[in-house]
Design a protein around this ligand. Structure first.
Ligand SMILES: [Zn+2]
Ligand SMILES: [Zn+2]
Length: 309
């Protein structure tokens, strides 16, 4: 096969080149996969991470700055590239580009966007876009908080109403612990407890009280824990980033020795470890499952164990 050369840069090209006369680099310059504006701004709620472009606030899937930015860019600037041209995108925040406002809140950064053709992944291109955050407080948070102060949230959830009595006990228990451990402490306190559909949200004044509550509960109850954090600003004096921390606690719907039904098969909860549960079927066979299994699979509790172990 005769050697061919790119009509623009003169580089020799092979038969994998996307166009008979151009190399990949020059082809993508001439026919960009996608085009982004230089900068993009949107409103973000400092308290909960909800975002807004024009009207209304959207709660993000995950409360971290990359997910939030990704969500809004995919739904706005990149929407037609995804739906009409079947492009896929990857995002990366350039941490060295963080900018802070005079109130020390995160106000901007550079986002790196990589787009590729899903049918033909060698067609890919990278673009940088400057993201500007307009920090504000969403309607929901301003109603809820009314000037209240908090730094961290614990979300406690149960599967359904059948566990509400149990949850009430947990909350009472936790209150007693907090009273003892942080009695009239001006730094560490519970600011507010807010009812939610399947549980409550605890608004807490410090990360320390959040961690203490979690480790206290860990010693007494079985639950799945998921922590998230969102960068909100920077403490320049101490040279530390400031995060809003959230911990989601999902209580298991059963205890040791309860009998449950999965796919019409009976199992006894034999032992509960830190992340895994051993269950035994009637025929004696044993299964080891992670906590998450019991929140995705449909299970029914058919016999509560009433004795003590
Ligand atoms: Zn070229
Ligand atoms: Zn909010």
């Amino acid at each position: 096969m005769p050697n061919r050369f790119c009509a623009i840069c003169g580089k020799s090209i092979d038969k994998k080149a996307p166009h008979f006369g151009l190399c990949m680099g020059c082809y993508l310059k001439e026919h960009p996969l996608f085009v982004l504006p230089e900068r993009y701004s949107f409103k973000i709620c400092v308290e909960c991470g909800s975002y807004s472009k024009h009207e209304g606030w959207v709660v993000p899937k995950e409360d971290d700055i990359l997910t939030i930015t990704q969500d809004i860019i995919l739904k706005s600037l990149l929407k037609t590239y995804v739906s009409k041209q079947n492009l896929g995108f990857k995002f990366n925040v350039k941490e060295e580009s963080y900018e802070y406002s005079s109130r020390h809140l995160l106000k901007g950064f550079i986002l790196e966007v990589t787009g590729y053709d899903q049918d033909n992944p060698q067609f890919k291109a990278k673009q940088l876009i400057k993201i500007n955050l307009e920090n504000s407080v969403c309607k929901n948070c301003s109603n809820l908080l009314g000037g209240m102060y908090y730094l961290a949230i614990i979300q406690m959830r149960v599967i359904d109403e059948s566990q509400f009595d149990f949850l009430a006990e947990v909350i009472e228990d936790m209150h007693k612990f907090v009273e003892k451990a942080f009695f009239r402490n001006p730094k560490h306190y519970i600011s507010k407890i807010e009812d939610q559909k399947n549980g409550v949200d605890l608004y807490l004044s410090s990360n320390e009280i959040m961690n203490k509550i979690i480790s206290y509960l860990r010693g007494r109850y079985h639950f799945q824990l998921k922590r998230t954090k969102r960068l909100v600003g920077r403490d320049h004096q101490r040279g530390k980033n400031l995060y809003r921390l959230k911990s989601l606690i999902k209580f298991l719907p059963f205890e040791k020795n309860d009998v449950i039904l999965i796919d019409n098969k009976k199992y006894i909860i034999e032992s509960i470890y830190k992340n895994r549960i051993h269950i035994r079927a009637e025929d004696g066979s044993k299964l080891i499952k992670e906590f998450s299994y019991f929140f995705t699979e449909k299970i029914t509790i058919i016999d509560k164990y009433e004795g003590k172990d």
